[in-house]
Structures are given as structure tokens and as C-alpha cells.
Write a protein that binds this ligand. Structure first.
Ligand SMILES: NC(=O)c1ccc[n+]([C@@H]2O[C@H](COP(=O)([O-])OP(=O)(O)OC[C@H]3O[C@@H](n4cnc5c(N)ncnc54)[C@H](OP(=O)(O)O)[C@@H]3O)[C@@H](O)[C@H]2O)c1
Length: 310
């Protein structure tokens, strides 16, 4: 009987097993390192697989990521290149990401950090307001998650811009693409949301050169991947006032070190890479559909292009 192998230090193997059991038949579920006969395993569901692990399964038909990103899988230099790598495209996760971005846009838009400080001083002091219509939310990486963020924030009245690798047309979104499109978008970004995948072309993209292009006082919302952030540049931009604040969910080094100055920076909100967490209840439905497809000899949905890395 074909077997599913599960490997993650961050997700519950028991919860995933219980959810997959509802949708996959026949069901043989093994949890790494107890893989049993490795020739049985045709599907691996993984988060940060150990380098060299996946090449041990000769009959693998699919490697399914336990996250929207697949950088943690391509980090394995011995990854068997003939096996499709599939990212997790779960509408529940896109909704959760939109919640995270909305929370952070609105808390800066409504001067929440300032009102919290005034409350701490027991000071009753109305501040000048700004209009959503006069503000642009710019999304670096307007893919599955980015489009959900755009759709959920547009009704508040903000202008929305998005940047992708390929040209796009999205209703209500000013679309930019390619290296030449980035600067034009950054110049109008009052809120810069990073939802890019981690690939060689996005490493270090949240850097001084790009942050300098933003209108002074812009807000950074980084919920893509930590490798995209040049942390010293973000800190310098916050300290100079070029950035008016930041909500940071991902970091070059995770967990964030206790002595990192970002923890206590008055303009920064930190969360521990939870902007959109993997949900076994909804994720298992998506993964199970792909298991059925590869077992029928069909191509899985949402296989990534190894040449571009996302
Ligand atoms: N913090 C968290 O909790 C969390 C949770 C989930 C996901 N994430 C991050 O969010 C990322 C996006 O997820 P997704 O499902 O939305 O992925 P996706 O659908 O593949 O979207 C990625 C977007 O980035 C664009 N892009 C990629 N490389 C680019 C480049 N070099 N220049 C310009 N645009 C580029 C793509 O352009 P094209 O449309 O032209 O391909 C696409 O629009 C994930 O890879 C992960 O890093 C974070």
C-alpha cells in the first residue's frame, strides 16, 4: 500500500494524520524518522526536511510543502529533482494573511502606537487624522496571498498597488512588474507589504536603496521571508524617521535573538512568524486532493518551477 510520510518539527503530526485520514483512502501514514519500508512512500509532506532526507525514497511522486513557501525544501542540495515540489495554496491561509496585514495597516493608519503612548500617560489628546483614500498600500509579491490582501483592504478606501515578476491586470490594483516596475511603485507606498517568496532574486530586497524610495514616514509590513530583510537597513530607516514604523513577522535569523534592538523599538510590532500559520483542518483538504491526483498518475496542482524557486 502506498504510504504518506510526514516530517515537521513545527506542525503536529497527530493533527495532520487525523485530518488526512478523513480525505485519503487507502491511508498509511508514517512520521519521520519512522518511515518503515522506504519504497512504500510515494508522498512526503514536509517542513524544513533534513538535507539528504528526501532522496532516500525511491518511489516518491510528490513533495508537499507544509507552508506557502518552498524555500525550506529547495535548501536541500540533494533534493531529487525529478519529483514535483508543491506549495500549500490554502484559501484559509490567504484569509489569515489578510487579517494580519489589515491589523497592521489599520493600527498605523489610526495612530494606534501614538494613542497607546498617550493612554500610558493618561493624556486625552486627539491627533490629526489621515484619509485612507490618500494612502497607498503597495504589495511586493501580488500572488495568491497578496491578491487576498488587496481584495480585503480595498473596501477601506486605500489605493492599492502590486508588484510581480510577470505583468498582471487585477481589478482595483495598480500593477507593476519586473525590476523596472519596483521603483515606480515604492515611490507611492505609504504602506509597503512584503509578500514575496524567498528566492535568489528576492534576497535582501528590503534594503536601504529601496527603503529610501518610499515616502518619508512609510510603514513596512514584512510578512514574506526573513532573508529578504537587511535588518541593519530597516533599523537605520526607523531611527532616521524614513520609516514611520514596522510590523515584522519574519527575520533573517529566527527566533529573533533576545538582544535584538527591534524587540524594544518603539515603532516596531513583532510577531514570531505567525502571520499565516498552516492549518491542518483546511490544509489537509488541499494536500489530499493532490495525493489523489498523483496516485491517479495526474500532475499535482501548484507544483513550483524549480528554475525560479517558487
Ligand atoms: N509569514 C508567514 O506566516 C507567511 C505565511 C505564508 C506565506 N508567506 C510568504 O508569502 C509568500 C507568498 O506566498 P503566495 O502563496 O502568495 O505565493 P505566490 O502566489 O507564488 O506569489 C508570489 C508573488 O511574488 C511575485 N514574485 C516572485 N519573485 C519575484 C521577483 N523576483 N520580482 C517580483 N515579483 C516576484 C510573484 O510574481 P508572479 O505572479 O509574476 O509569479 C507572485 O506575484 C511565500 O512564498 C512566503 O514567503 C509567509
Amino acid at each position: 500500500m502506498p504510504a504518506i510520510l510526514f516530517k515537521s518539527h513545527a506542525d503536529s503530526a497527530a493533527n495532520w494524520g487525523n485530518e488526512l485520514k478523513k480525505h485519503v483512502n487507502p491511508y498509511d501514514y508514517r512520521v519521520w524518522p519512522d518511515a518503515g519500508n522506504k519504497a512504500d512512500v510515494d508522498v512526503a509532506i514536509v517542513w524544513k526536511p533534513e538535507p539528504g532526507m528526501l532522496k532516500q525514497f525511491p518511489n516518491l511522486k510528490m513533495v508537499a510543502s507544509l507552508g506557502a513557501g518552498v524555500d525550506h525544501i529547495f535548501a536541500d542540495p540533494e533534493l531529487p529533482r525529478h519529483v514535483p515540489v508543491v506549495r500549500l495554496v490554502d484559501p484559509w491561509m490567504a484569509d489569515a494573511m489578510a487579517e494580519y496585514v489589515a491589523l497592521n495597516v489599520l493600527r498605523f493608519h489610526r495612530d494606534d502606537p501614538d494613542y497607546q503612548r498617550l493612554q500610558a500617560q493618561k493624556t486625552w489628546k486627539p491627533l490629526p487624522f489621515s484619509e485612507a483614500e490618500a494612502r497607498t498600500i503597495a504589495i511586493m509579491g501580488i500572488g495568491f496571498m497578496g491578491a487576498s490582501v488587496a481584495a480585503k483592504l480595498k473596501p477601506f478606501g486605500f489605493k492599492i498597488a502590486g508588484w510581480s515578476r510577470s505583468p498582471k491586470t487585477i481589478d482595483g490594483v495598480a500593477c507593476y512588474h519586473g525590476p523596472n516596475g519596483l521603483a515606480a511603485m515604492l515611490k507611492q507606498a505609504n504602506y509597503l507589504v512584503c509578500l514575496l517568496p524567498a528566492t535568489p532574486s528576492t534576497v535582501g530586497i528590503v534594503n536601504a536603496a529601496n527603503l529610501t524610495l518610499l515616502p518619508r514616514g512609510a510603514i513596512l509590513i514584512q510578512c514574506g521571508r526573513g532573508a529578504q530583510t537587511v535588518e541593519a537597513d530597516v533599523l537605520a530607516s526607523l531611527n532616521s524617521g524614513q520609516l514611520g514604523g514596522a510590523a515584522l513577522d519574519v527575520f533573517p535569523t529566527e527566533p529573533l535573538s533576545p538582544d535584538n534592538p527591534l524587540w524594544t523599538h518603539p515603532k516596531v510590532f513583532i510577531t514570531p512568524h505567525v502571520a499565516s500559520q498552516t492549518n491542518p483542518r483546511t490544509g489537509a483538504i488541499v494536500v489530499a486532493e493532490n495525493i489523489r491526483r498523483v496516485r491517479r498518475g495526474e500532475k499535482p496542482h501548484d507544483a513550483v518551477d524549480p528554475a525560479v524557486g517558487y
